[in-house]
Design a protein around this ligand. Structure first.
Ligand code: FE
Length: 135
């Protein structure tokens, strides 16, 4: 079990940028090809912008062509949780941070091996912590 993080709506609003708040706390979606990380190849760990939990590793990031950061696997089994999203007239699987419930994006069954999954994630929900360089 992870230690859950809960904050009031006011606290989230004050600790996030407008775009971060809109995406993570209001289930928003950033426009394709506009986020900070859709084309990022920097090695490192993507943390939750809300609570700092490790969500995805750059090692599982791939170019899906979608315009959003895409990963084939979460950082660990307990990092993210999913729920059914029936908005927009289709059934999609919504992905959120297991620790603070931040909305991250959606997961689709059209990703590469070894998982066959595509975690399609908003840059605005992520904070990349680059790996320390050793040169
Ligand atoms: Fe979080």
């Amino acid at each position: 079990m992870t230690d859950r993080v809960t904050k009031s709506d006011k606290d989230w609003r004050e600790s996030l940028t407008r775009e971060q708040y809109r995406v993570t706390r209001q289930h928003g979606t950033e426009r394709a090809f506009t986020g900070a990380y859709w084309d990022t190849k920097t090695p490192g760990t993507y943390r939750c912008v809300c609570c700092g939990q490790e969500l995805f590793s750059s090692r599982t990031k791939y170019d899906s062509g979608s315009g959003w950061p895409s990963f084939y696997e979460p950082y660990g089994e307990a990092a993210v949780e999913t729920s059914e999203d029936r908005t927009l007239g289709t059934a999609r699987t919504e992905v959120h941070c297991a620790r603070c419930a931040a909305h991250l994006g959606h997961v689709f069954p059209d990703g590469p091996q070894p998982t066959g999954l595509r975690y399609c994630i908003n840059s605005a929900s992520l904070d990349l912590q680059p790996e320390e360089s050793h040169d």
